[in-house]
Every structure is written in C-alpha cells, then in structure tokens.
Ligand binder design. Structure first.
Ligand code: NAD
Length: 273
C-alpha cells in the first residue's frame, strides 16, 4: 500500500465508473482511504464490485460504499446512478469517469459496431457522467466545509490521447476527443469552481492489456517503451487521482496528467532520430 490514509476527502462523495476491476477498483479504494463515500459502478461483474466493497470495508474508515450496476453509455442508466448516489449520500462531489474498453482491429477491417461501442463507452459515457456531475454540482451549491471546489471531474484517458495507435484507431480517437471534452468543461465551468482534468495512464498491469505483460517476452518488448523500466501498477494511478480530487490540487485545471513511466517521452528515439 503506497497511499497513506488521511482525511483529505472526508465528508465528500464520489462515483467511480468501472470500479469492479483494474484501475477503477484501485481508485475507489484510494478515495475511500482518504475518507470519501464511494459509489462502486459496475457494468456486469457484480462479483468484482463486491470485492471492491469488501476491500473498502476492510479499511474500516468513516465513509461508506455502495455498488451500482449501470452501463455508462446509456443516458437513463447514468441518470439512475447519480440519483442513487444523491439519495444515499446527499450529493456527489467527485466523479472519476474511468470505465473504458478496447475493440481492436486494423482500420480497414474494423466493423462499425466495434468503432461505435468504443466511442459510446469511452467518449459518450464520459460526456453523460460529466454532464450529470455538473448538473448536481450546480444544483447543490458550494459546501465550503468539505472542499473549496464546487466539484471535481477526473476523466481516465490514456497516453493514446497523444500517441497514435495503429490497429486501435477507435480507442485512440475516443481518448484524443476526451482531451477536448475535458478542456471545454474546464474552460466553461472553472468560474463556478468546478475542476476538470484528465489522468492518462501508460501501461498499467490490468486485464485490459494482459497480452502486453503476461509472458516474459511480451513484458521485455513492453519495456522498450517505458523509460522507468517497469510496468505501472493500479496504485500508481489511484494515488494521483486521490490527490487530484483533493483541495491540495485546487490549481490544477483543464490539464492532462500522464502517469506512464515516461512512455510519452518517445523512448524509441533514445538512440535514433
Ligand atoms: P479494466 O478492463 O480492468 O477496467 C475497465 C472497466 O470498465 C471494467 O470494470 C469494465 O467493466 C468497465 N466497463 C466497460 N464498459 C462499461 C460500460 N459500458 N459501463 C460501465 N462500465 C464499463 O481495465 P483498466 O485498465 O482498469 O481500464 C480502466 C481505464 O483505464 C479505461 O478507461 C482504460 O482505457 C484506461 N487505461 C488503461 C490502461 C492500462 O494500461 N491498463 C492504460 C491507459 C488507459
């Protein structure tokens, strides 16, 4: 456990989408560790959501957590998730829109349904959740006793918001577009004290990219892309998100924070070019 418990999010409530596994699960646990109430959103893996809740309960802290099944690409489901969060915890202070998926294929073979699914979840899902969060922040008004921000939105993006990715054009396009969504929100709602930022992971050890780290050969190949010479762990991303959601990061607005061991430094150019 790299993150030490503290109370910087005490009295606040968070929704973390796709937190039945991987990065989202670690973020939900990290926010709870810092005192927040958490809605653990899941799509189909209820067992995974239960495991996240059990880990949060083990922390034995002041906040509490509930699970909620919702497909983030569906407007009605997102509205219901926010209604449940508000009903249970009174409001929502923090949104970490983490849910995402890949449907890879060379572009000339990519089916429209796989293009559409990735855009629906990775981009439209982020829009639907951010819109619901902003509406709730504006409805509720300031709560200076818990935060100097009206609300915080963190989109989990990817280094592929800046690094092109052949064979994954739908994914790269969805993450690239997320930059403009995030910056437009920050530009428009900063004056209301709503903060919106992206966190862009590099290669993090989760089920989404198992092929890239499971065998020794794959891992060694991956290391050619990472100056820090190790794969990222979910806690690397979670620690950043907890800080970013807190008032310690109050002047971080409309930007992308890369947590990638230097992947965006294009290590392929170390001895060439
Ligand atoms: P993961 O597969 O463990 O997590 C993705 C989560 O999203 C799962 O819990 C899944 O159930 C959920 N999800 C998928 N479709 C959904 C939907 N329609 N509604 C609600 N939830 C849905 O993989 P992960 O690596 O933890 O990915 C989390 C986020 O991090 C994604 O946005 C991904 O693009 C991003 N990311 C991951 C890496 C990495 O190396 N692991 C790198 C860059 C970005």
């Amino acid at each position: 456990m790299r993150q030490r418990p503290n109370n910087r999010l005490k009295g606040q409530s968070a929704i973390v989408t796709g937190s039945s596994s991987g990065i989202g699960k670690a973020i939900a646990i990290g926010l709870a560790r810092d005192g927040a109430n958490v809605v653990v959103n899941y799509h189909s893996d209820e067992e995974g959501a239960n495991h996240t809740l059990a880990e949060i309960e083990k922390l034995n802290l002041h906040g509490s957590a509930i699970k909620f099944k919702a497909d983030v690409s569906k407007e009605e489901a997102v509205e219901e998730m926010f209604a449940k969060a508000i009903d249970t915890f009174g409001t929502v202070d923090i949104l970490v829109a983490n849910a995402g998926l890949q449907k890879d294929a060379p572009l000339h073979e990519m089916e429209l349904k796989d293009w559409q699914l990735v855009i629906d979840v990775n981009l439209t899902g982020q829009f639907l959740c951010a819109r619901a969060a902003i509406r709730e922040f504006l409805r509720r008004g300031m709560r200076k006793d818990v935060s100097c921000a009206l609300g915080k939105i963190i989109h989990i993006s990817s280094v592929h918001d800046i690094i092109p990715w052949a064979g994954h054009a739908n994914y790269a396009a969805s993450k690239g577009a997320l930059t403009m969504l995030m910056q437009s929100i920050a530009q428009g709602y900063g004056k209301y004290k709503i903060r919106c930022n992206n966190v862009s992971p590099g290669a993090i050890r989760t089920p989404i990219n198992e092929d890239a780290w499971k065998t020794k050969a794959a891992y060694n190949k991956l290391m050619k892309l990472i100056p820090s010479d190790r794969i990222g762990e979910v806690e690397d991303v979670a620690a950043l998100c907890s800080w970013l959601a807190s008032d310690e990061a109050d002047y971080i607005q409309g930007t992308t924070l890369y947590v990638d061991g230097g992947m965006t430094c294009y290590p392929g150019f170390t001895e060439n070019g």
